[in-house]
Design a protein around this ligand. Structure first.
Ligand code: ZN
Ligand code: ZN
Length: 322
């Protein structure tokens, strides 16, 4: 449940009620004692974190700083609870702070985006309900300090750098420890699964552009340029072959883009229809992720002049440019 990854760095696996099953928080035993990501707000998650810290001689009140990689509930859910117990300040990118604070207000906008992308209303309502009820597993944030690209994170015996990697979430930040060539990736890079570039529905204004996949790929290139020998992701195992993993993800997206083009060669389609072609039979709550993926590819193809977008009765249709 808890294991030492390196001198000073401990990994604690916490349960989450999603298909991924667990997420990793990292406890750094240096001054200030720091937690990277906080876990979801459930009793199970809370107890396992407490027991994990006890096993190495610490308590929840030993936490002196909480760093959040991005605003998904499995990462920030119990941050506020831990912060009020320990007095530890919370650090996060300002975009994610804003998204967390406005999540409930942005659900109406999310609904309109899903409908516009061709999802049927009953499914959209189910998806929105799911997202709304999942908020019970997270506390919103009040006070937080902001971290942006290039900001230093100081410890007594080391200094990390903040690397802004938009894509999976618009304000996702990774933490880089140059001397040891280690990167805490959040969900930007995971070993077994390709992270979803999720649509950002916060603060979107017409003409509604969603450069999620484009930004994600640019963030991958940014990481590719760093000297890294170990990735510490927020789900699953550590990764040693960093360049290999990044290449695998580039190839994966290239293949998926070819499939999107193939599905579009049949006839014009909405992003929802493309999502159904790509992921047949996905449960309603994952519709949003499927559409995010489809839109990410369609936006890039549109920018390259390969596909065209047409609106019809409030829905977006894409077709191959002839
Ligand atoms: Zn995430
Ligand atoms: Zn996650």
């Amino acid at each position: 449940m808890i294991h030492q990854v390196l001198d000073k760095i401990y990994k604690i696996e916490l349960p989450i009620p999603f298909p991924l099953k667990t997420m990793n928080v990292y406890f750094i035993d240096d001054s200030p004692r720091t937690l990277v990501d906080a876990g979801i707000k459930t009793e199970a998650s809370f107890e396992i974190l407490e027991k994990g810290l006890e096993a190495i001689g610490f308590g929840l009140n030993s936490i002196e700083r909480i760093l959040i990689t991005h605003g998904h509930i499995d990462h920030y859910g119990q941050a506020k609870r831990l912060s009020s117990l320990s007095g530890a300040p919370i650090y996060i990118h300002p975009i994610e702070y804003g998204r967390i604070r406005s999540i409930i207000h942005s659900l109406g906008f999310l609904k309109s985006i899903l409908l516009r992308n061709g999802a049927p209303e009953t499914l959209v309502n189910e998806a929105i309900q799911y997202i709304e009820s999942a908020q019970s597993m997270a506390d919103s944030l009040d006070e937080a300090f902001f971290l942006d690209d290039g900001d230093s994170i100081l410890f007594k015996s080391m200094t990390w750098k903040t690397i802004h990697c938009p894509g999976h979430a618009p304000g996702l930040i990774c933490f880089y420890w140059p001397e040891k060539k280690i990167l805490f990736t959040g969900d930007h890079l995971l070993k077994e699964i390709t992270p979803n570039p999720v649509l950002n529905v916060h603060g979107n204004r017409p003409p509604y552009r969603y450069p999620n996949l484009k930004e994600y790929l640019a963030s991958l290139e940014k990481i590719e340029g760093l000297d890294i020998s170990l990735l510490l992701p927020a789900h699953g195992e550590e990764v040693h072959d960093v360049k290999g993993l990044i290449q695998k993800i580039f190839v994966h997206h290239k293949e998926r883009m070819d499939r999107v083009l193939f599905f579009l060669s049949q006839r014009e389609k909405t992003p929802f229809e493309i999502a159904m072609d790509l992921f047949p039979g996905v449960p309603p709550f994952e519709i949003f992720l499927g559409i995010s993926e489809a839109v990410g590819h369609l936006e890039i193809l549109k920018e390259k002049g390969i596909v065209r977008l047409k609106e019809n009765e409030g829905k977006d249709y894409y077709s191959l440019e002839t």
